[in-house]
Design a protein around this ligand. Structure first.
Ligand code: SAM
Ligand code: SF4
Length: 350
């Protein structure tokens, strides 16, 4: 007999679920009543912890060069059509200055795995940001590095690190990546980051090729075990000139359901309504907030590079997605009963 969704949710909140129960819960995403009730409960849980406050992070895409070849990503090294650029240190600091004026108190430096940004350069940039804007948090999302490298970045003042685990199932991981990239190393990085002291973010794409309810159950079990401070999930969106260019995009419906399940699983987690969700559907980010998300990361990169950082096709880079569009974003959030706040928004579990 299929367990009732109310029982599953109660158990999820009290002691968590096993793999079979997570699969059963995912089946309920197709039931309109259960779906609506679970999303509403997740939004309620987020409100109990964060009130109606939505944290913002300014996203600076520092490099579109990448030595890796992930099958899903438009920046993979084997994509000859990818436009490559890297920002100078001066450009990155100018983005922070603009962001600070707009009210951002967290800067997220994200990029492909670009050897140009070695420890010395990144540490210099972190120190310069911390010196000019000591009240601000620095988040990095620069992929896999050695433990020593993470340690140096932390000592230079970086506060948080986002590294999606992508999938917690090793066979599925092999389907998404060339043999040089392994789930074991991804996990090693995540555990190193957390031990060093970073507020650490994991996550995955929803609807990546080969994903199933079983692999999603593995993802949820991993999140329950690892208890990251942040979880980034968004729909897989196909990127031209990649092996997955013709694959169907991930489902927005399932992404919203998973946001809600993650909020109920880890009530205090920082959970962004991602750009991919906003790119997949017009009011995606508002829908994400109403499913329990509490973070938005507008784009603070120089406008001329935003389209070049093309991890997938049709990426949203204008309007409320852009840092300059903050007023529009504030209005969108007000309409659904939320307010954008400008504090650092550290993890309550820090
Ligand atoms: N290079 C770093 C890394 O891989 O962790 C950071 C940048 S990478 C572009 C950030 C995230 O983008 C990845 O973790 C992946 O989940 C997501 N991503 C890549 N290609 C995508 C696609 N086609 N659709 C949706 N998300 C994608
Ligand atoms: Fe590089 Fe990250 Fe894209 Fe993989 S997902 S190809 S590591 S930028």
């Amino acid at each position: 007999m299929i367990p009732d969704w109310r029982e599953l949710i109660n158990k999820l909140e009290r002691h968590g679920l096993d793999a079979a129960e997570f699969v059963a819960l995912l089946d309920w995403a197709q039931d309109a009543e259960a779906y609506t009730a679970i999303l509403a409960r997740a939004a309620d849980t987020a409100r109990q912890i964060f009130g109606n406050r939505i944290y913002i992070r300014g996203l600076i895409e520092i490099s579109s060069y990448c030595r890796n070849d992930c099958f899903y990503c438009g920046l993979r090294r084997s994509n000859p059509q990818a436009c490559r650029y890297r920002l100078s240190e001066e450009q990155i600091l100018a983005c922070c200055e603009e962001g600070y004026q707009l009210g951002f108190r967290t800067f997220v430096l994200q990029g492909g795995e670009d050897a140009w940004f070695d420890d010395t350069r990144i540490c210099r940039i972190i120190s310069a940001i911390k010196q000019s804007w000591p009240s601000c948090a620095v988040t990095l999302s620069l992929g896999e590095r050695s433990r020593e490298s993470y340690q140096r970045l932390y000592q230079a003042g970086a506060d948080r690190y986002l590294l999606r685990h992508e999938t917690a199932d090793s066979q599925h991981y092999r389907l998404l990546h060339p043999p040089s990239l392994t789930l074991a190393n991804r996990m090693r990085c995540l555990y190193d980051l957390r031990e060093i002291g970073f507020q650490t973010g994991a996550g995955f794409m929803v609807g990546s090729p080969g994903q199933s309810k079983q692999t999603l159950a593995e993802d949820l079990l991993f999140l329950a075990r690892f208890r990251p401070h942040m979880v980034g999930i968004g729909p897989f969106l196909p990127a031209s000139n990649t092996p997955f260019a013709d694959q169907p995009p991930g489902s927005v419906h399932l992404t919203l359901f998973l946001l809600a399940v993650i909020r109920l699983l880890l009530p205090k987690v920082l959970l962004p309504a991602t750009t991919a969700l906003g790119s997949a559907v017009a009011d995606g980010r508002a829908q994400g907030i109403l499913a329990g998300a509490n973070v938005i990361m507008p784009n603070l990169s120089p406008p001329e590079v935003r389209q070049k950082y093309a991890i997938y096709d049709n990426k949203l880079t204008s309007g409320a997605e852009a840092a300059e569009g903050l007023r529009e974003l504030k209005q969108q959030m007000q309409k659904i009963g939320y307010q954008i706040v400008t504090d650092r928004g550290d993890s309550p579990d820090k």
